[in-house]
Design a protein around this ligand. Structure first.
Ligand SMILES: C[S@@+](CC[C@H](N)C(=O)[O-])C[C@H]1O[C@@H](n2cnc3c(N)ncnc32)[C@H](O)[C@@H]1O
Length: 273
């Protein structure tokens, strides 16, 4: 098959089922960590960059059945059928994808709120929401600052937030590795050079700590899913699930214990202080 159709090499590949499966496990365990300690709370689920809801074929293990890893909005829709999750909001800016997405999520959760842009969350009435589990899985690395401000805004409504992010490390390192000087300078190169300055902070754990709310900031080790798609999960929360604490390779920063050896750097400690 033509590689353009596989999109193996962008933020999506035929092996993306691995990312989706692990993201689902993280979301399940974070929601449980919250609801176990807060029975009866009003808990909402939000997908800030939902896509069209199309799942990805897992590696073939059985001959029968629909062996798909759920795309994030469908994973959240299934989570929302638990009695402890009340409302689902999904955001997708592409009209075509949003149309398909709407059909898919409404079948599972008929009162899902489908928003055009995640910026619409800035004027959304969160009513009695006590807690929001937020998934952010954008294309590339260029839009985090904007998305993180929206998470901060939700938090500022006195809502506890759990944010689960994917960081597309390969897209970031490709951009950082661009040689953007020399005789072929033009407007596009100049714009790319300026943009490069905006993203240099991204490998630093401390920088995520300063931009995300919650007691804990946890980051998984780098997973090379395909040659061109390497990613990390970042979780910002007040209630860090045991699943993350026990899994090898996660760096965990705890604002309440910033000097714990092996996790916090001096700069992160300073931020917490
Ligand atoms: C990597 S895809 C999401 C894939 C999805 N998580 C899945 O499991 O299939 C990112 C999506 O976010 C959408 N998007 C980007 N910026 C957005 C914004 N500001 N508001 C809503 N959707 C946005 C893009 O159109 C794209 O469909």
């Amino acid at each position: 098959m033509d590689r353009r159709h596989l999109r193996d090499g962008a933020g999506f590949s035929e092996r993306s089922y691995k990312k989706l499966q692990e993201l689902a496990r993280i979301a399940h365990s974070q929601l449980s960590a919250w609801t176990i300690t807060h029975p009866g709370a009003h808990s909402w689920l939000i997908d800030m960059t939902a896509g069209d809801g199309q799942g990805i074929q897992k590696q073939q293990r059985a001959l029968f059945g629909d062996d798909l890893a759920d795309a994030t909005p469908i994973m959240l829709a299934k989570l929302c059928r638990r009695p402890d999750a009340e409302r689902l909001i999904v955001c997708e800016k592409s009209g075509e994808r949003r149309h398909v997405l709407r059909e898919r999520v409404l079948k599972l959760v008929p009162d899902t709120v489908v928003l055009r842009r995640n910026q619409d969350l800035l004027s959304y009435d969160f009513g009695d929401c006590d807690y929001a589990l937020i998934v952010l899985d954008p294309c590339g690395h260029g839009s985090y600052e904007e998305h993180l401000k929206i998470i901060q805004h939700i938090r500022a409504q006195a809502i506890k937030t759990d944010a689960i992010l994917t960081f597309n490390q390969r897209s970031w390192s490709r951009h950082m590795g661009l040689h953007l000087q020399g005789e072929h300078d033009n407007r596009r190169i100049a714009a790319s050079r300026r943009a490069k300055q905006l993203y240099t902070w991204m490998p630093e754990l401390n920088e995520w700590v300063s931009r995300l709310p919650g007691r804990y900031l946890a980051r998984s080790r780098l997973t090379a899913q395909s040659a061109a798609f390497w990613f990390q999960f970042i979780v910002a929360t007040d209630y860090l699930a045991d699943r993350i604490r026990r899994q090898k390779g996660w760096e965990i920063f705890d604002r309440a214990n910033p000097n714990r050896p092996g996790t916090a750097t001096a700069a992160a400690s300073a931020l917490a202080g």
